[in-house]
Design a protein around this ligand. Structure first.
Ligand SMILES: Nc1ncnc2c1ncn2[C@@H]1O[C@H](COP(=O)(O)OP(=O)(O)O)[C@@H](O)[C@H]1O
Ligand SMILES: [Mg+2]
Length: 221
């Protein structure tokens, strides 16, 4: 079953006179059970592709479908609903609301969907070694704790698709191992998949597919 499909996605940025062709015709199909590692040097387009797959950015050409529904070229409110229903998204920063504590952040998407799963939230936070930090606020967390809470927040509402942008950048080896384990367990549940931009050999070793971007295209294309 294909859960995520990108068809011929283009994204160009314009700054003054300059044009950056961040994505130049990228297509991708991710099926249930797959963990796709997205590799590529800095500037190759990984974050731009993940933002388009998440519907946080709209491609200039081509389209993205999640669970057979078109995500691209829709009003933001509809994209937000599809994102909450189907996707768990972990960006490199800005995943947590500073005025909500750890548990409230992790429960937030579930609450918006009207089905907060407190048991699941506590289970994920325990797996990530965060049971003692439920009442902490994001400003009180270390970098590694922030990454783990962000992962729990991306997964607690039970999405089908996890999109994560360098989830183990700037964390210690113990956190990298916990994050890798939780992502690995997530994709082993039926009907789940993940696309993870990463430089981590440990995380990439869990991948069922390795995708390489270079200058906004698949490297072997
Ligand atoms: N908001 C933006 N405005 C202008 N250029 C951007 C913007 N975001 C990304 N880019 C450019 O697009 C290219 C791809 O960036 P990005 O997707 O962040 O790559 P990666 O995540 O692989 O490092 C880079 O050349 C980057 O400078
Ligand atoms: Mg990036």
């Amino acid at each position: 079953m294909t859960l995520l499909r990108a068809t011929d996605v283009y994204r160009f940025y314009h700054v003054g006179e300059d044009e950056t062709r961040a994505l130049r015709g990228v297509s991708l199909e991710v099926r249930a059970g797959e963990l796709a590692a997205l590799l590529g040097s800095s500037g190759s387009g990984k974050s731009t592709l993940l933002a388009c797959l998440a519907g946080l950015d709209d491609p200039d050409g081509g389209q993205v479908e999640v669970a057979s529904e078109r995500l691209s070229r829709r009003p933001e409110a509809q994209r937000a609903r599809l994102r909450a229903e189907h996707l768990g998204v972990m960006l490199q920063s800005g995943n947590l609301f500073p005025h909500l504590n750890v548990l409230e952040n992790v429960l937030l998407t579930g609450r918006i969907l009207g089905k907060p799963d407190e048991a699941r939230a506590h289970e994920l936070l325990a797996q990530l070694g965060l049971s003692g930090r439920l009442a902490a606020y994001p400003g009180q967390l270390s970098g590694g704790e922030t990454a783990r809470v962000s992962l729990a927040a991306a997964l607690a509402h039970g999405p089908q698709i996890l999109l994560a942008d360098e989830p183990t950048a700037e964390v210690d080896a113990a956190t990298e191992a916990q994050v890798t384990q939780v992502i690995g367990a997530f994709v082993q549940q039926p009907g789940r998949c993940a696309v993870i931009a990463t430089h981590s050999p440990r995380l990439a070793a869990h991948a069922s597919r390795v995708l390489r971007l270079k200058d906004g295209r698949w490297q072997d294309a």
